[in-house]
Design a protein around this ligand. Structure first.
Ligand code: 13P
Ligand code: SF4
Length: 366
């Protein structure tokens, strides 16, 4: 996504000067502005958030604040799109840096998903397939799912959404994250070999066969998160060797072997809550993005909390929300100017909303 360069006078500001100007802008904008911050945002951003949370919680908060005209979403593009859809286009949703996308969301385009659906129709009756999209996807994909009787899900309610889908159809097509789909289906008792197949959008007929499509119940899209792909079973083994009492908690975007080797898995909100509520003195090896892990470690000095990956790397797209961009978006609002509005076309938003509303009606399952 395209982001225009920031004015040089903003880029040159020191962190202290930036903070002072953000504070002034925040005061001026008052109750006209809601700032939302995803758990993976850096501290310099999260400190300005009126609410922080995982993607489901932030979508719900956006929808509950219909009276606030401007929402600055410090997260990634699909989250801002979801907020725009759920607020019915009545509020202005701003993403401070348009370059803040999600590499996983980019792994499934609407063209690829429609092509897959046409291919599947040559093998089975697609009206018996329920499509499910992880919210980490474009609005166009959510609209596709809404049109075809499916629902969106997040890592905090994937279990409930998959159960719901299997009550309504014979099979489900889960995209774009194969790992969340596989981990959740395994937790529900499905077998990764016998019940699931992987659809590779870059291969003819997804790299699979008509027989496999007819046979398997869970059709998984070949997409993944490059941040969570870094976690390995070896890191968990090492952590257990270093700290025999360690508890391992990972995000379900990690691979099945990592989730199986961990003690528990769940959304960013689940990870945060579990560690926050754990007794003092406990030790936690965490498999998720570094900004959240480091913040947890700072906020709970009575516990030992560390990231499983020693060569930690942040989510590079979340990291694109630098305080200079937040300041730029806020100061523009003070001048009565809107920059970086995320606007889903109404015809796409209507179908996408069906998918999101079906998900929201189901609530959390973690
Ligand atoms: P949550 O839904 O847990 O916030 O996760 C979003 C995400 O992008 C994780 O990589
Ligand atoms: Fe996307 Fe992974 Fe970043 Fe989450 S951590 S926003 S899934 S790239």
């Amino acid at each position: 996504m395209w982001q225009r360069p920031l004015p040089p006078d903003i880029v040159r500001l020191s962190p202290e000067e930036t903070d002072a100007r953000i504070a002034t802008a925040r005061r001026c904008l008052g109750s006209d502005l809601l700032v939302l911050g995803h758990h993976y945002q850096r501290d310099e951003i999260i400190k300005w958030a009126d609410f922080r949370g995982d993607s489901l919680k932030l979508s719900q908060i956006a929808a509950q604040h219909a009276q606030v005209p401007f929402i600055i979403f410090c997260g990634v593009h699909f989250m801002a799109e979801s907020a725009d859809i759920l607020t019915g286009g009545k509020q202005t949703v701003i993403l401070p840096n348009m370059g803040a996308g999600c590499s996983m969301a980019d792994m499934a385009s609407i063209r690829q998903v429609e092509e897959c659906w046409r291919d599947l129709a040559t093998a089975v009756d697609t009206s018996r397939i329920i499509p499910i999209t992880y919210v980490n996807s474009t609005a166009a994909l959510k609209a596709f799912v809404g049109r075809h009787g499916g629902a969106a899900c997040t890592s905090s309610n994937a279990r409930r959404v998959i159960e719901w889908a299997l009550e309504r159809g014979d099979k489900l097509l889960f995209f774009p994250d194969q790992h969340l789909g596989r981990n959740t289906a395994v937790a529900l008792g499905f077998d990764p070999e016998a019940d699931m197949l992987l659809w590779d959008p870059h291969l003819p007929f997804g790299g699979t066969t008509v027989e496999a499509v007819r046979q398997k119940k869970i059709l998984l899209w070949k997409g993944h998160c490059s941040v969570h792909a870094r976690f390995t079973v070896e890191q968990i083994r090492q952590a257990r060797e270093n700290y025999p009492d360690v508890r391992i908690i990972v995000h379900p975007e990690c691979s099945l072997d990592v989730v199986r080797a961990a003690d528990m898995n769940g959304s960013t909100e689940f990870i945060l809550k579990t560690i926050a509520e754990a007794p003092a003195g406990t030790i936690w090896g965490v498999g998720t993005e570094i900004n959240l892990v480091s913040r947890l470690a700072r906020e709970h000095p009575d516990k030992t909390i560390f990231c499983l990956d020693p060569v930690v790397c942040p989510c590079s797209t979340m990291y694109r929300i630098h305080p200079h961009y937040l300041l730029w978006a806020m100061e523009a609002l003070m001048r009565g100017e809107v920059v970086n509005q995320v606007r889903v076309p109404p015809e796409v938003a209507a179908d996408a909303r069906l998918a999101l509303d079906r998900m929201l009606q189901m609530g959390r399952s973690d």
